[in-house]
Ligand binder design. Structure first.
Ligand SMILES: Cc1cc2nc3c(=O)[nH]c(=O)nc-3n(C[C@H](O)[C@H](O)[C@H](O)COP(=O)(O)OP(=O)(O)OC[C@H]3O[C@@H](n4cnc5c(N)ncnc54)[C@H](O)[C@@H]3O)c2cc1C
Length: 393
């Protein structure tokens, strides 16, 4: 079976690679930010996204009537992998989650207002699903949306909203119908991030960046900004989550880290002896290199192949997310073990191996095994939907 890119896809991949090399900018492309490098959270990074928009690389898989090119999603996959390889901001929530959901379910007004701005990189979104009691169990959201004259009044709290401190609009799930079954009582709303009554509080993570908690006090949302049908919020969220599981967790950073570790082992010494001669170290990096190759095969076989058909499948998205985020953490963990006590020296300090890149990356990869659905949840999906095992909760 041939899982390689077609000649056209390879040509696009080469074009993107060359463009990224030509547009290299250390202010925009920063490997030390790890997974958070995907965000367009500074003026320079937003300007970079506008250049991608000018190239016509935003919304390539969208229908032509909404400004897209109707080409297969695999091109977006190729683009995101290349962007993450260079630690550049990625096409994420706007094109993938919000844009694609609006195309399928949004009103004409919302489509006209948001889709052109997404394609020109003139709008950034934050996504608010999680709450203190609704993380893995996303359907348990309790943010209250009460019907009032001309719209809705929202009260409550969201947790872990990445991007809320710089985004322009908030894509929020709220409970509109508390008397219905929990999965059927949720709706989606779009709210300007500077709306009175919204309070954003920073929430540092174990990684290097922060996410946020957001408090709502009598936030009025006009009827027009309810997305799709009332009560269908959870179904729209589930549809978009499969996409998030691989667009947000690209393979390139893992390959980069594996290469970095192998290169370092080739020249580093421990107690005066070359690490490359140490049998345990050799065994470890051989295992990591093999698992990185497996991750690449998973990515091309499951995800890339599925994207050629248009839609990422749920089970394969879970398998991919589980394997790659666990591997990502293991690569850093092994690197810290190999570099022994020096590995614990904080990032940026001269004595730290590779300037502490793995110390910082290890902390960042902890986040990856939780965000976008924790590893245990991916295992539950695989156990139930793929293996037919009974529900355990
Ligand atoms: C860096 C970061 C950024 C994030 N950004 C966003 C964002 O922008 N928007 C947003 O809405 N959310 C965001 N999240 C939230 C993320 O989706 C949740 O953290 C995640 O879904 C887990 O929910 P929780 O933290 O409430 O943990 P819980 O759901 O309370 O889980 C705690 C532990 O219990 C395990 N567990 C839970 N249920 C089960 C079960 N049924 N079976 C077995 N084990 C189980 C989990 O795997 C986990 O280990 C972000 C999280 C992080 C860490």
């Amino acid at each position: 079976m041939d899982f390689d890119l077609s000649p056209e896809e390879q040509k696009f991949s080469d074009e993107v690679e060359q463009w990224l090399v030509e547009h290299h900018d250390p202010v925009v492309m920063d490997h030390h930010r790890e997974n958070f490098s995907q965000l367009s959270d500074t003026p320079e990074r937003r300007a970079f996204m506008k250049k991608l928009a000018d190239k016509g690389w935003l919304g390539m898989s969208w229908p032509k009537e909404y400004g897209g090119q109707e080409i297969e999603g695999v091109y977006e996959f190729i683009l995101n992998e290349a962007l993450s390889k260079h630690a550049a901001p990625q096409i994420g929530k706007g094109v993938g989650i919000i844009g694609k959901t609006l195309i399928r379910h949004g009103s004409d007004k919302l489509k006209q207002e948001f889709l052109p701005k997404i394609l020109t990189a003139d709008v950034e979104f934050a996504v608010g699903y999680s709450e203190p009691q609704a993380g893995s169990d996303a359907a348990n959201m309790q943010l209250k949306a009460e019907k009032v004259e001309g719209g809705w009044k929202l009260n409550g709290q969201k947790m872990w909203t990445t991007s809320a401190h710089f985004a322009d609009w908030y894509w929020v799930g709220a409970r509109t119908d508390p008397d219905k079954k929990k999965h059927d009582g949720l709706s989606l709303f779009l709210i300007p991030m500077d709306h009175p009554g919204l309070e954003v509080q920073s929430l540092p993570t174990i990684g290097k960046d922060t996410t946020n908690q957001v408090f709502f006090e009598d936030v009025f949302v006009p009827d027009d900004y309810l997305v799709g049908e009332r009560g269908r919020g959870f179904h729209m969220i589930s549809e978009a989550l499969d996409l998030e599981r691989f667009t947000m967790f690209t393979l390139s950073p893992i390959t980069n880290r594996t290469d970095l570790l192998v290169d370092w082992v080739k020249q580093a010494k421990r107690d005066g002896k070359p690490l490359k001669d140490d049998p345990q170290t050799r065994k470890t990096i051989a295992n990591i290199a093999t698992d990185t190759a497996v991750a690449k095969a998973l990515s091309t076989r499951f995800i890339c192949a599925a994207m050629k058909g248009g839609k990422p499948p749920t089970i394969q998205s879970s398998q991919y997310k589980l394997f790659t985020t666990t591997l990502s953490q293991r690569v850093c963990d092994e690197a810290l073990d190999i570099s022994s006590a020096a590995g614990t020296i904080r990032e940026g300090q001269e004595l730290a191996p590779l300037l502490g890149r793995f110390e910082g990356a290890y902390r960042a990869t902890m986040n990856e095994t939780v965000g976008g659905g924790a590893s245990e949840i991916q295992k539950n999906i695989i156990a139930r939907r793929h293996l037919g095992l009974p529900k355990n909760f």
